[in-house]
Design a protein around this ligand. Structure first.
Ligand code: C5P
Length: 221
């Protein structure tokens, strides 16, 4: 058994800051399934480029880095890159933006394809990203596409950052989110879009628990 015809997959796609990560982690925990945070792989590739002084324009070098990333996803939630915990480093706005620059390179996406497929194991997989339902797991048992306006997503992020003591401006966050949406939606390789058979959930007016319950309801159905 090695594909998503036989191993159940829930694909959760959508733009940045829509709550995919939180919902996906909750689902994986509840179902006791594996969890793929595909965005982390693009974030790690971007970070590795910065750390090694590789320009995002050097497609061959960036691709080689993506192919050879030494990553360990710790069960506790941390992420090791070359044995160093980089969880905090890859979660910044800049790391998200860098991730979306390297993610637009088709060769980088190919390099990370197999690594993502390797997460597909019994008893099941919750896969979170932009192209889980369209490219990685087109046969997924359930495909969900979460949406919310850029303003709403920026407001949520703003709240989180302010609570952590960061000094940020809401207008800057809205601008950054829109810029990343644009890049993710308009690239040629696996652009951000809902699969034809995805269930679209607008999370603007919903709490995390309400979104979680709705996805579980769809899965049980
Ligand atoms: O989901 P997250 O915000 O961590 O993703 C960071 C960036 O990685 C996204 O803006 C997107 O450009 C890229 N990405 C992607 N395909 C995925 C997951 C993430 O292109 N499956």
């Amino acid at each position: 058994m090695s594909d998503s015809n036989t191993i159940p997959v829930i694909a959760i796609d959508g733009p940045g800051g829509v709550g995919k990560g939180t919902i996906s982690a909750l689902l994986a925990e509840k179902l006791n399934w594996h969890y793929l945070d595909s965005g982390a792989l693009y974030r790690l590739t971007g970070l590795a480029c910065i750390q090694k002084g590789i320009s995002f324009d050097s497609i061959n070098d960036v691709t080689l880095l993506a192919e050879n990333l030494k990553v360990i996803f710790l069960p506790s939630g941390g992420i090791l890159l070359d044995k160093v915990d980089v969880e905090a480093l890859i979660r910044t706005e800049i790391a998200g933006n860098n991730a979306s620059i390297v993610a637009a390179i088709p060769q980088v996406r190919d390099a990370l394809f197999k690594r993502q497929k390797a997460f597909l194991k019994l008893p099941g997989l919750v896969a979170d990203g932009r192209d889980m339902g369209t490219t990685l797991f087109p046969d997924a048992s359930l495909k969900v596409f979460l949406t919310a306006s850029a303003e709403e997503r920026a407001k949520r992020r703003y709240k989180q950052l302010i609570e952590k003591g960061n000094n940020v401006k809401l207008a800057d966050l809205i601008g950054e989110i829109k810029e990343r949406d644009e890049r993710d939606m308009n690239r040629s390789a696996s652009p951000l879009k809902a699969a034809q058979d995805a269930h679209i959930i607008d999370t603007s007016e919903l709490t995390i628990n309400e979104v979680f319950d709705e996805v579980m309801r769809l899965y049980k159905k």
